[in-house]
Design a protein around this ligand. Structure first.
Ligand code: IPM
Ligand code: MN
Length: 354
């Protein structure tokens, strides 16, 4: 048996992970994958129950599993909780604790949804890119100070730092990803201002010769943000640091019509973790209207990368695509003439198509 730890988290996390597990069970029946599931708490829900957003038992279970399927964490309910105990600490702790240094965020525009994009149809039809985001370094994990008084004024600070080995390992993975795709890599930094970015760019350059078959270019992050809006088709693989990757991947996600569709894989030293890139959306939690597709497509990535079940992964992806092609939509991607369904009902349509 292959053990999958399921962490629903907060908000819509329960609904979307339930959907993805239903889909995994259906695909298991078809391909005899022999999956078993173990559910664990994390996030605000875990804080309420155990006094910590990431119980040791959850992290230990992840370490012992074959893969982790994660929903989402966070919510206004915990806005005033001490910074060290915020729900977000759960996912950050899992990333660090599992050594998940690389976050792959693919953006592939489904033809039938190209009109849902806030960008013009011709600009987005055919977009197929991957953002490779460094996930356990940079300003997210540097020293910080929540508040100090200096010269009579209060300030806070967060430190950005990157080492050469950290940049090397993520860059190698990005080059290797590009090698299997369009053979084009764009490294994104802010080397005109930041020391960390200059080290980043220098380190990426040292690997150029080793991957001579891949075309490499560099962009400043502000320019990259603009290029994603004016000509997203120019990109194949984008590699960047933790904070820039966080911001650019939300921007890139809407190119495809909705952030609710976007999956991700976090891979590294131990068990890999799969999660949609959207948040916990507490405003729509429990209403059966969340789009489960980002999580379902994350489950497909789990089959592909952790379990090496490419055929089963493709079966899920094509079932999602056919569900969309048949006109079924959740509220976030609804358009005139389509059939609007809830979380549970659209999951049933996907399973029928499997
Ligand atoms: C993401 C999220 C997280 C991040 C939050 C929840 C800490 O926005 O996965 O992109 O900033 O990395
Ligand atoms: Mn984010």
């Amino acid at each position: 048996m292959k053990k999958i730890v399921v962490i629903p988290g907060d908000g819509i996390g329960r609904e979307i992970t339930d959907s993805a597990v239903e889909v995994l069970k259906a695909v298991d029946k078809k391909f005899s994958l022999e999956l078993e599931y173990e559910t664990h708490d994390a996030g605000g829900t875990a804080y309420d129950k155990h006094g910590t957003p990431l119980p040791t038992s959850t992290l230990d279970a992840c370490k012992a599993a074959d893969a982790v399927l994660f929903g989402a964490v966070g919510g206004t309910k915990w806005d005033n909780v001490d910074a060290k105990l915020r729900p977000e600490k759960a996912i950050l702790g899992l990333r660090k604790g599992l050594g998940l240094y690389a976050n792959l965020r693919p953006v592939k525009v489904f033809d039938v949804l190209a009109d849902n994009s806030p960008l013009k149809h011709d600009l987005v039809a055919g977009v197929d890119l991957v953002i490779v985001r460094e996930l356990v370094g940079g300003i997210y994990f540097g020293d910080r100070c929540e508040s100090e008084i200096k010269d009579g004024v209060e300030r806070a600070w967060d430190l950005e730092n990157y080492s050469v080995p950290e940049v090397e390992r993520i860059t190698k993975l990005a080059f290797e990803t590009a090698r299997l795709r369009g053979k084009k890599l764009t490294s994104v930094d802010k080397a005109n201002v930041l020391a960390t970015s200059r080290l980043w760019r220098r380190t990426v350059e040292t690997l150029r010769a080793e991957y001579a078959d891949v075309e490499l270019n560099h962009l400043y992050v502000d320019n990259c943000a603009m290029q994603l809006a004016v000509n997203p088709k120019q990109f194949d693989v984008i590699v960047t640091g933790n904070l820039f990757g966080d911001i650019l991947s939300d921007e890139a996600a809407v190119i495809g019509g909705s952030i609710g569709l976007m999956p991700s894989a976090s891979i590294g030293e131990l068990t890999s973790l799969y999660e949609p890139i959207h948040g916990s959306a507490p405003d729509i939690a429990g209403k059966n209207i969340a789009n489960p597709m980002g999580t379902i497509l994350s489950a497909a990535m789990l089959l592909r990368y952790s379990l090496k079940e490419e055929t089963a992964a493709r079966a899920i992806e094509s079932a999602v695509e056919r569900t969309l092609a048949d006109g079924y939509r959740t509220a976030d991607i609804y358009a005139d003439g389509m059939k609007k369904l809830g979380t549970v009902e659209i999951t049933e349509k996907i399973i029928e198509r499997l």
